[in-house]
Design a protein around this ligand. Structure first.
Ligand code: AGP
Length: 613
């Protein structure tokens, strides 16, 4: 949930830390802080501020950090303790000798805190993190790495932290358990961070740290331990990510940029996986075709927008492959009696690969003997390490907290899997698969043409007209249902307007009572076998005075007779319409948030990755 960064090397690192934190801000932006440590002078600058990185920069002023060449930084999403300067990181031990920045949760912190307090230690914050520097300071005997190794087994929970000691100014020591931690290897310098973008502009050579490992870094190298056992040298891997992904590239926000990156995300996710004969190659699933053909049941576990992609995937897999699919939010699945087992395929969909509930649900299923595949956007993420196989989306880095391009890429990846399964199960003919493959290939271009057309501007204008409405109802049927869920989630996330999203057939069983004269109802009314049913529902809500904003397939003239406003979506076959139909709803939510003057990239209370349950 939080972002951490550390640097040790030969360069003054103040700006490296602050720039790195800006790249990690998507992980949390309640408050932020940094500390710089210098040979012979100890901590030369330590600044913490409530708010985002701009607030931290303002609080820090123009200083140069005394040219310090080691430091740590943090951007926070509060879990334990309110959003205050005292609770912002770095946290120090009571004697000031140890500094910590941490992402995650120390679950047994109350017990550790009271033990330390009984021993006379005075705490300065309400956070769970603060027990860590206090414990390390007490364990310290001239070797920070040894002290961290000694303390690590005492810590419960899931976390990644970076520690510094004033007596070892040229060294940082980091550790992780179930939260990401990656080392950046430069010439005479080392970075350590929650995510690669934090240092991507400085080095592309990375080393991943595994669970319960401790790593000590200095300018010339790093050493890794598992328990007390020194690990063999681990050669860095080179990442070829596009650095511009972390920049807005001329757009007013990351979210708008990422909405426009959807054609590329869709193309890249298809990549070379879709063959000319309509067959699909998916490397890395950990199942060969014969084993995949034997799968009788699929469970999908995911959260938020990824869950909505899973709901779309169910329609595709059940229709094309005739395999029953159970889709459930991971936070519920993990605590229910899990009936998945050998022979079942479990898909954990998580763009970040870090969502705590999704990881836990995947583990539960794996322990039961199911084959677990992570559908994720992030190489080397925890989900990829916990799963038996991986199906990558190739959306590129997504910074905006509201997921857009990763969602449509997830739906595309699930479409490819559904097509593959359809052929393996003989539920699709070769000709049928070829047609679907052609339709899938057309989607990125259709979305691109849409985004270049005047349609998005018209969506923005329509959005502006509704920006002050206090409530929106979203309705749809069949594949339009997950589209409604996703459209409504986008609106509430970035505009803070309450929404309800319902299957249209359920409307008369309760939500219709919410409607009054002028209530805006967004109806997904794309072409398909339920179109007429949806039109009936439109008439029912209009009869109660509601204003209907319909999402409809380009060229459908009939809808204009029924709706007050129409948001056009590119034409696709009905089952593939969720990719096309969600784009106008992303723009609609965006337009409303923009009209309300809100920060769409950093909605209140949210963080990009939810690494706590
Ligand atoms: C999406 O707009 C949300 N920010 C959120 O619902 C997100 O989809 C959810 O937290 C799951 O994240 P994941 O895909 O990284 O697991």
């Amino acid at each position: 949930m939080c972002g951490i960064i550390g640097y040790v090397g030969g360069r003054p690192c103040r700006e490296l830390i602050l720039t790195g934190l800006e790249r990690l801000e998507y992980r949390g932006y309640d408050s932020a802080g940094f500390a710089l440590i210098d040979e012979g002078h100890g901590v030369v600058e330590s600044v913490r501020a409530v708010g985002n990185l701009a607030e931290l920069r303002a609080a820090a002023g123009e200083g140069n950090g005394n040219g310090a060449t080691a430091g740590v930084g943090h951007t926070r999403w509060a879990t334990h303790g309110r959003v205050t300067t005292a609770n912002a990181h770095p946290h120090a031990s009571a004697d000031g000798s140890v500094l910590i920045v941490m992402n995650g949760i120390i679950e047994n912190y109350l017990e550790l805190r009271s033990e330390l307090q009984n021993a006379g230690v005075v705490f300065a914050s309400d956070t769970d993190t603060e027990v860590v520097p206090q414990l390390i300071a007490r364990a310290y005997d001239g070797d920070l790495a040894a002290a961290v190794r000694a303390v690590l087994p005492r810590l419960g929970g899931h976390f990644a932290f970076v520690a510094a000691h004033v007596s070892e100014p040229g060294r940082l020591v980091a550790a992780r358990r179930e939260c990401p931690l990656v080392i950046g290897v430069g010439e005479g310098e080392r970075f350590v961070a929650s995510a690669i973008p934090a240092f991507l502009s400085e080095t592309r050579d990375v080393v991943l740290i595994e669970d319960d490992e401790v790593v000590a870094l200095d300018a010339d190298g790093h050493a890794i331990w598992q328990g007390e056992e020194r690990q063999p040298a681990r050669p860095p891997s080179r990442v070829d990510w596009d650095e511009d992904a972390a920049e807005k590239g001329g757009y007013e926000s990351f979210m708008l940029k990422e909405i426009h990156e959807q054609p590329a995300a869709l193309w890249d996710t298809i990549g070379d996986r879709l063959r000319g004969d309509g067959s699909v190659e998916l490397d890395g699933l950990g199942l060969d075709d014969a084993a995949l053909a034997r799968v009788e049941r699929i469970h999908v576990v995911a959260c938020g927008t990824s869950y909505h992609a899973g709901l779309v995937g169910r329609y595709l897999i059940e229709d094309w492959a005739r395999v029953p699919v159970h889709v459930e939010v991971a936070s519920e699945y993990r605590y229910r009696t899990c009936l998945a087992g050998p022979g079942d395929l479990v898909l954990g969909i998580t763009q970040s690969g870090e969502t705590a509930d999704t990881l836990a649900a995947m583990r539960v299923a794996r322990e039961r003997g199911a084959h677990v595949v992570a559908v994720t956007n992030i190489m080397g993420s925890q989900a990829t390490r916990d799963a038996d196989g991986v199906l990558y989306t190739r959306a590129g880095l997504e910074i905006g907290v509201a997921a857009t391009k990763t969602h449509t890429a997830q739906v595309m990846a699930l479409s490819l899997l559904a097509l593959k399964l359809g052929r393996l199960k003989w539920a699709l003919t070769a000709a049928g698969a070829l047609d679907l493959a052609d339709e899938l290939r057309r989607i990125p271009d259709a979305v691109e043409a849409y985004l270049r057309s005047p349609a998005p501007e018209r969506v923005m204008q329509a959005a502006a007209a509704y920006a002050e409405r206090p409530f929106f109802l979203y309705l749809g049927r069949h594949v339009g249902v997950p589209v409604c869920f996703e459209g409504a989630l986008k609106l509430k996330e970035i505009s803070y307007i309450p929404t309800e999203a319902y299957p249209a057939g359920e409307m008369k069983h309760g939500p219709i009572a919410l409607l009054e004269e002028g209530s805006p109802v967004v109806v997904v009314a794309t072409d398909g076998h339920v179109f007429d049913k949806v039109v009936s529902n439109i008439q029912e809500v209009r009869a109660r005075g509601a204003r209907v904003i319909a999402v409809a397939t380009e060229g459908n003239e009939e809808i204009e007779r029924h709706a007050d406003d129409v948001l056009w979506a590119p034409r696709t076959p009905a089952l593939l319409s969720p990719i096309a139909a969600v784009v106008p709803l992303q723009l609609f939510a965006y337009g409303i948030a923009q009209s309300r003057g809100l920060n769409v990239d950093q909605p209140r209370n949210l963080a990009k990755t939810v690494t706590v349950e």
